[in-house]
Design a protein around this ligand. Sequence first.
Ligand SMILES: NC(=O)c1ccc[n+]([C@@H]2O[C@H](COP(=O)([O-])OP(=O)(O)OC[C@H]3O[C@@H](n4cnc5c(N)ncnc54)[C@H](O)[C@@H]3O)[C@@H](O)[C@H]2O)c1
Length: 383
Amino acid sequence: MSRIPIGIVVNGVTGRMGYRQHLVRSLLAIREQGGLQTANGDRIWPEPVLVGRSETKLSEIAARHGLSDWSTDLDAALARGDVQVYFDAQVTQQREKAIRAAIEAGKHVYTEKPLAEDLGSAVDLARAARQAGIKHGVVQDKLFLPGLRKLKRLVEGGFFGQLLSVRGEFGYWVFEGDWQEAQRPSWNYRLADGGGIVSDMFPHWQYVLEQIFAPVRSVQATIATHIPTRVDESGVPYEATADDAAYAVFELDGGIIAQINSSWTVRVYRDELVEFQVDGTHGSAVAGLRDCRIQHRAGTPRPVWNPDQPATERFRDQWQLVPDNEDFDNGFKVQWEAYLRHVVEDTPFPWDFAAGARGVQLAELALRSAQERCRIEVAELDL
Ligand SMILES: NC(=O)c1ccc[n+]([C@@H]2O[C@H](COP(=O)([O-])OP(=O)(O)OC[C@H]3O[C@@H](n4cnc5c(N)ncnc54)[C@H](O)[C@@H]3O)[C@@H](O)[C@H]2O)c1
């Protein structure tokens, strides 16, 4: 059985996502497990080519992980015959140009979300990728979180009966950067640099809603910049021009109503940083990143509203934990493995640029809805 080396340009590898989730937790983890076994017993072996702007940072990362291939010259990396895949984890604004160059160089492309800054560009990229006949994909990591996979299992098993509503609560406090360092990059808070919580999170909500429950048919959002001034990585105050919270209602196929709050200005009083409550005629579930709890209609209590009395029941105790029933690997890695099999073995990979474009579309429509203070229908994309 032979090893199948796959040269992968990892652009933006010095960033939070590029380094931790994609290089270390996915590509290097695949190597540590001895590669990725194909149907005929061969082993797909990622060969990362680290690309970025800083020689110092790239050489330091390479040395730390025993890698030798790095470059600050993207075009040269894309011209290499032993590179088959271009992966992009740069700041969103730099993405479109680089992906275009990769498509023109005939490489397969996998990218972080959002696919592009606006819908027009995302659609153009989806068409260009299709015309070039390359294999394309967009990160949709939340689908591979244990909590959400359990939710999907419940939907597929018919647990909910008729689905009624989904309520999502996402967020945590991101420090302003003055008396405590911010735990997210400052570009996230500047509109001109591609920031904003809607652009960041709504591509995730689009695929989570569509693929676990039903396609999104309309959106109505209210956004805010609650913290107007922040302090950047060098200690310099800047104006936060991008939205740091979004409060949205979505209508899904089948009359399901989804409501998701997304905020970097909320303190956590939940079990996890994101939680979805799903209510159906036959049962309800609350899922976080890892855990999922259910309450069947047969086990539903009968609370009676009486503010004169202290609560008579411990409502949280009336839910039942959904068992794991399988081993859950890192979500980014699971999707990388699916993408690499798609490239090498031509297995199906539904999370393509068309799916990525739908995520960009929802973010764009949500921002428009907020500006125009109205509900907006989500049209089918003509790709
Ligand atoms: N899937 C997820 O859950 C998830 C989570 C966070 C971020 N993201 C996405 O990943 C991408 C990177 O986000 P991040 O949080 O890792 O950001 P980051 O700021 O930590 O990293 C950005 C990377 O882009 C590089 N870069 C290239 N050109 C640049 C330029 N002109 N200015 C600044 N940096 C430049 C930086 O050197 C760095 O390597 C974004 O597109 C973001 O939307 C995805």
